[in-house]
Write a protein that binds this ligand. Structure first.
Ligand code: NAD
Length: 535
């Protein structure tokens, strides 16, 4: 049901840019109203932003974790003071309900700010490495984690606050400077993020925001930042990886998904149905980890589908700033057309839309009704390609093996979920599914956990954000190796001799087994070699 959509405004869905004015215009996708404008940064402006960031980074890296953490916690306090204003801005710029701006963007970011401000020192503590028998020769090794320098973050529009903000926090805590290029659809949210950090006392240059479109993102890569954190579509991700490779810049790619949900006959059917509906329709299905394919065991399919339908029909769709809205507008016309195409093509091939299934005629705002499809199969785009909209296709399976095969039959591998009351069974199935994260009795939300790694396999990308694994993407490990026996030449140094050759054969046979007892057999040869090298 559609609730109070704004009347009669034409919806501008593609950000207008005028070459003369070099600006982008942000629109509310629920009403079509212009929200504001932001500069379309030129290549030159991007280069300047990167050089300001580079100039500021060394002094920032020289601060302690506690000092850096204080700035992050100040930014956190300012965010909290302006919570409603920020949530409303996110909602208006994306179309999502204010409730979701709070629960899916601000809560996780505030949590990440707290976690990384307090724990980065421990997570990046220098580590001693056990070097085995080399340790008996007076040597030691340790790893230090040094900031990479300037991190370029290129972000999408679907979580315009949480996705870049959490990466900004991690990058800054690791001692880096950041240049952020937000989506052309959501520049105002990014500029607000910049304002929050500016007010927190973050020194100038440490968070540069370059608003613009794909050309601005490309310019950021060409400006030779030290790391690219890219979140977006597979097609753009491939272009980004190619462009970054020209400068050998390392890249983290957080790309698309087609995330499966497997509901076993011993699941809590009611809760699984509620999970499916939230996982598929939250953020209007525009989450990389949305439930995009649901597989339910045949014996419980009828009851599960009936409950899914009941939950779906109860949802209220409308303007994101209305307090009772469950599903807002989609964020842009291009995405809405893809959704429409996937559903229409599936229905043409025999799928049944038991809820939704048609873009409303004469509807203002970019709304697509929550849609549940049955009679679907893997020949349909809606089961293979990323739909990125409020569509839940449900398919049945007979056996556990069949469910796993269907779940893995995808070019994507971001997240997946398994639903069962039998937790050991859930875990063992989870381990057989190819995805970066597999949840048991949960969907979608682990991007919101600061401590756990986030990222995919296959075409969902590579590298990680969040948790220690995410922090490690933003530093360079430096190995420090020390030989305390500074007066002793190594046995493998010049000059070589017959005795040296015998010792090296002995090392190959005994030392490389890691056994001290076996290596001890070489002591007479080692002593001979020691006196030989001292001559
Ligand atoms: P997109 O690929 O169109 O754009 C992403 C960003 O890249 C934007 O800021 C855009 O301006 C920029 N860009 C475009 N061309 C570029 C180029 N040649 N060089 C550098 N930057 C360029 O993606 P989108 O439509 O904004 O976002 C939706 C996609 O993001 C979906 O596929 C979704 O699954 C994915 N996503 C993934 C994750 C994840 O964590 N894996 C999270 C959110 C969204």
């Amino acid at each position: 049901m559609l609730d109070n959509c704004a009347d009669s405004m034409s919806v501008q869905t593609i950000p207008a840019k005028s070459e003369e004015a070099r600006e982008i215009i942000s629109y509310d996708p629920g009403t079509g109203a212009e929200l504001g404008r932001a500069p379309l940064a030129s290549q030159e402006e991007v280069v300047q932003a990167v050089s300001r960031a580079r100039a500021a980074q060394a002094a920032w890296a020289a601060l302690s974790f506690a000092e850096r953490g204080r700035v992050i916690l100040k930014a956190r306090a300012i965010t909290l003071q302006q919570l409603d204003e920020i949530a409303t801005l996110i909602s208006r710029e994306t179309g999502k309900p204010v409730s979701e701006a709070l629960s899916m963007e601000l809560v996780p970011t505030l949590d990440a700010m707290h976690y990384f401000a307090r724990n980065s020192r421990t997570l990046l503590r220098p580590q001693k490495i056990d070097i085995g028998q080399y340790g008996l020769m007076g040597r030691s090794s340790s790893i230090l984690y040094k900031p990479v320098g300037v991190v370029g973050i290129i972000a999408p529009w679907n979580f315009p606050w949480a996705t870049p903000a959490e990466e900004v926090v991690m990058a800054l805590m690791a001692g880096n400077a950041v240049v952020l290029k937000p989506s052309e659809l959501t520049p105002l949210t990014a500029l607000k993020l910049g304002e929050v950090f500016r007010s927190s006392g973050l020194p100038t240059g440490l968070l540069e925001i370059v608003t613009g479109d794909g050309s601005t993102g490309a310019a950021l890569i060409d400006a030779r930042v030290d790391k690219i954190m890219f979140t977006g579509s597979v097609a753009t991700g491939k272009r980004v990886a190619e462009a970054a490779a020209k400068h050998l810049t390392s890249v983290v790619l957080e790309l698309g998904g087609k995330d499966p949900m497997v509901v076993l006959e011993d699941a809590d059917i009611k809760n699984a149905a509620r999970g499916a509906v939230w996982g598929a329709f939250a953020n209007s299905g525009q989450a990389c980890a949305s439930v995009e394919r649901c597989y339910v065991q045949e014996s419980i399919a009828a009851e599960f589908i009936a409950r899914v339908l009941e939950e779906t029909e109860a949802l209220v769709q409308g303007i994101g700033t209305n307090t009772n809205t469950d599903i807002g507008a989609m964020s842009n016309e291009r995405q809405l057309s893809i959704v429409d195409e996937h559903v229409t093509a599936a229905v043409r091939r025999g799928a049944r839309a038991i809820a939704g299934g048609k873009r409303p005629a004469n509807q203002d705002g970019l709304f697509y009704p929550p849609t549940v499809l049955t009679n679907v199969d893997h020949s349909m785009a809606v089961m293979r390609d990323e739909t990125f909209g409020p569509v839940l296709p449900v398919m049945t399976f007979k056996t556990e093996d069949e469910a796993i095969r269907l779940a893995n039959d995808s070019v994507f591998g971001l997240t997946a979920s398994v639903w069962t009351k039998n937790i050991p069974r859930g875990r063992s199935i989870a381990e057989r599914i190819d995805a970066g994260t597999v949840m048991v009795n949960e969907v979608l939300y682990t991007h919101g956990i600061a401590q756990t790694p986030w990222g995919g396999i296959k075409e969902s990308g590579y590298g990680r954000t969040h948790g220690r694994a995410g922090l490690l993407e933003l530093v360079t490990p430096q190995h420090i190796h020390v030989n305390r026996l500074s007066f002793m030449p190594d046995l493998w140094w010049f000059r070589y001799s017959e005795n040296a050759g015998k010792l090296f054969s002995g090392l190959a046979t005994h030392f490389t087994t890691g056994s001290i007892i076996r290596t001890a057999r070489l002591v007479p040869q080692m002593l001979r070699r020691f006196f030989e090298t001292r001559r």
